[in-house]
Design a protein around this ligand. Structure first.
Ligand code: FES
Length: 304
């Protein structure tokens, strides 16, 4: 069970029209758990209000996140903008990483709006092997635009007001090159239409559309306790585990954060998450119990 860390907002900066960045530290300044580009943390903002934010900077004793104020959001970003002033305490869990920078000969990064946050440390880690195409409504709305322009040569960072010209920007991918994309669903769908799945890594803020209807009840065996539970149609594995008093860490409950990832001992999974790559889903080693189910007519054994 991942430990909850008590943190304090050490700094707060306005990074764009509706984006603030926060520097979080432990109150005593002690080191924080290490992380790699692509990692995110869960911020526990209030009772029942928990959100995931990519780490976009920091050092051994600090984490930097950036949060877009979403006018039609579900309350998390508004809470951060309203409440998390310098000096305020906040609890966090993690880091966790489902968007790792895998070895490649070169990288093309595509970011839309606040999707720049996980990409920022990736670009730094990729060094001269990485190029960034970053789009937003206007330069004023694009967080870290000035920082990016100052840190990287113009040939490596391309900032665009309005829609990215992906057909041109993703043309002539080289053998061994990987594309990393993060941003709104429309942008990710456009990238997915242009880049073969084995050369593409994406991170989603919203879940991919899950299949509607057709759910069947199935059995889940819990390898460690030897118990067997029946997951009813229309009820998730996570909810069934909770009903049985079995504690599983979770956060988003919609298959986007990776918190509820559980090892699969046996059985074929009908993966419905937006976290695992197609290759990881095919491996069938883990599943997100908040959304994924047993493949039709099957039964699962989980490492619980
Ligand atoms: S709780 Fe977020 S993926 Fe399951």
């Amino acid at each position: 069970m991942s430990e909850l860390l008590d943190l304090v907002v050490a700094e707060r900066h306005q990074e764009a029209t509706d984006v603030v960045s926060l520097i979080l530290r432990r109150p005593d300044g002690a080191p924080l758990p290490g992380w790699e580009p692509g990692a995110h943390i869960d911020l526990v903002l209030d009772e029942g209000l928990e959100r995931q934010y990519s780490l976009c900077g920091g050092d051994a004793s600090s984490w930097r996140i950036a949060v877009l104020r979403e006018t039609d959001g579900r309350g998390g970003s508004a809470h951060v903008h309203r409440e998390l002033e310098v000096g305020r305490r906040v609890r966090a869990r993690g880091p966790r990483n489902h968007f790792r920078l895998e070895p490649a000969t070169s990288y093309r990064f595509v970011a839309g709006g606040i999707g720049i946050t996980p990409i920022l440390p990736m670009l730094a880690a990729a060094g001269t092997r990485g190029r960034l195409f970053y789009g937003g409504r206007s330069l004023r709305s694009m967080a870290f635009a000035t920082e990016l322009a100052a840190l990287h040569p113009a040939g490596r960072v391309h900032l665009h007001e309005g829609l990215l010209d992906l057909t041109t920007q993703l043309a002539d991918l080289r053998p061994g090159e990987l594309v990393y994309a993060c941003g709104p669903e429309s942008l990710l769908a456009a990238v997915e239409a242009l880049v073969p799945p084995d050369a593409l890594r994406t991170e989603r803020f919203t879940p991919v559309a899950a299949p509607v209807g057709g759910d069947e009840a199935f059995e889940v065996e819990l390898a460690r306790s030897g118990r067997t539970l029946t997951v009813p149609a229309g009820r998730s594995v996570l909810a069934t585990l909770q009903d049985a008093g079995i504690e599983v860490l979770y956060s988003c409950t919609e298959g986007t954060c990776g918190t509820c990832e559980t090892d699969v001992v046996a059985g074929a999974v009908d993966h419905r998450d937006s976290v695992l790559t197609p290759q990881e889903q095919a491996c069938n080693e883990t599943m997100m119990v908040c959304v994924s189910r047993a493949a039709k007519g099957g039964r699962l054994t989980l490492d619980l």
